[in-house]
Design a protein around this ligand. Structure first.
Ligand code: GTR
Length: 322
């Protein structure tokens, strides 16, 4: 009896140890299958599965199937989603420190943004997210290129935006940005934009060419792409802190390593996707309007002054990065 008990207890212990370690990681993205972020994170998942001999299983949920970005951030915070790729835009209301990267024209161009996220400031911001009470571990950066306006009527100057309702991501900073640029900023989830353009609830939105193409917003009537490049918003890959804390240190190191590799892969895929989707949009009849964006830069100075007041030193360091 005694011996049997010992064997059963040992078996039960072994079972618990295995079942505690074996797990499925749910990863989520608003973008559809084939999008650079989705492809890079799927590759990360394959590496995790291979390195752990299937002890970690990885399941990708693309195309907003688990909700909009705001909802997915909430699910990540409670541990219902393990890995999330999100723009920093909707992270701002949860971790206000990231708003330094969410300000209009805070980066000179994409090269500048990349130099900043690849250097010490980038690491500091990831660490701030992890250290914040948001219950997310920031693993790596992803590239979201630069965002420009797309509208039903052509826009060249801030005056052309007068009376136009433009969808912005859910963060008061962006509504202020659009209002300063001359339009009326309307906060709305990404998934609602198509119908809102089609039904005239809004007159346009702003994003990068791969998003404009894959979300089909041009088919809803936004045919003019005005190259304002007003927001260059980096994106992040985070893990739920609840789930992270359950990983062994070795698994945590593996997740970090594969996430950094995903960052490098996504950047390559991104540059190709921008060129590819820009060509596709042009072929679909979208008119790309090149213009002088200085009036938009000048018009948004009060937004940088208002939100940048919390980040004076950091903004000076960002500006100093070559
Ligand atoms: C895309 C970005 C998404 C999402 C979307 C939006 O460029 O990659 O994460 O933020 O824009 O505008 O909601």
């Amino acid at each position: 009896m005694h011996k049997l008990f010992r064997i059963t207890a040992a078996a039960a212990f072994a079972f618990t140890a295995i079942s505690a370690a074996a797990q499925t990681m749910k990863a989520a993205d608003v973008h559809p299958a084939g999008y650079p972020t989705v492809v890079a994170v799927e590759a990360m998942g394959k590496k995790l599965e291979a390195a752990t001999q299937g002890r970690i299983k990885f399941q990708m949920f693309p195309g907003s199937v688990l909700g909009g970005e705001k909802e997915m951030i909430e699910q990540t915070q409670v541990g219902a989603i393990q890995i999330l790729r999100t723009s920093l835009g909707p992270v701002g209301p949860v971790v206000p420190e990231v708003n330094v990267f969410n300000m209009p024209f805070v980066f000179r161009d994409i090269g500048h943004m990349r130099a900043v996220i690849d250097g010490p400031i980038g690491q500091e911001l990831l660490d701030k997210i992890t250290a914040s009470p948001a219950r997310m571990v920031a693993l790596a950066w992803m590239d979201g290129g630069s965002r420009s306006l797309y509208t039903k009527k052509p826009v060249r100057t801030p005056a052309d935006l007068k009376g136009q309702k433009i969808r912005m991501m859910g963060n008061p900073l962006f509504v202020d940005t659009m209002n300063a640029m001359g339009g009326n900023g309307i906060a709305m989830g990404y998934g609602e934009v198509f119908t809102a353009i089609q039904t005239g609830v809004i007159d346009g939105a702003e994003n990068n060419p791969p998003s404009l193409y894959t979300a089909n917003h041009f088919k809803a009537g936004a045919k003019y792409f005005t190259q304002t490049n007003h927001l260059i918003i980096a994106e992040i890959l985070v893990m739920s802190k609840v789930s992270w804390d359950k990983l062994s240190p070795a698994d945590q190191a593996l997740v970090k390593k594969t996430a950094r590799e995903a960052q490098l892969e996504q950047r390559k895929l991104w540059d190709a996707a921008v060129a590819d989707y820009t060509a596709k949009l042009k072929a679909e009849g979208v008119e790309f309007i090149a213009m002088d964006n200085k009036p938009f830069f000048d018009a948004t100075a009060p937004v940088r002054a208002k939100y940048g007041a919390n980040f004076t030193d950091l903004m000076a360091r960002i500006a100093a990065v070559k």
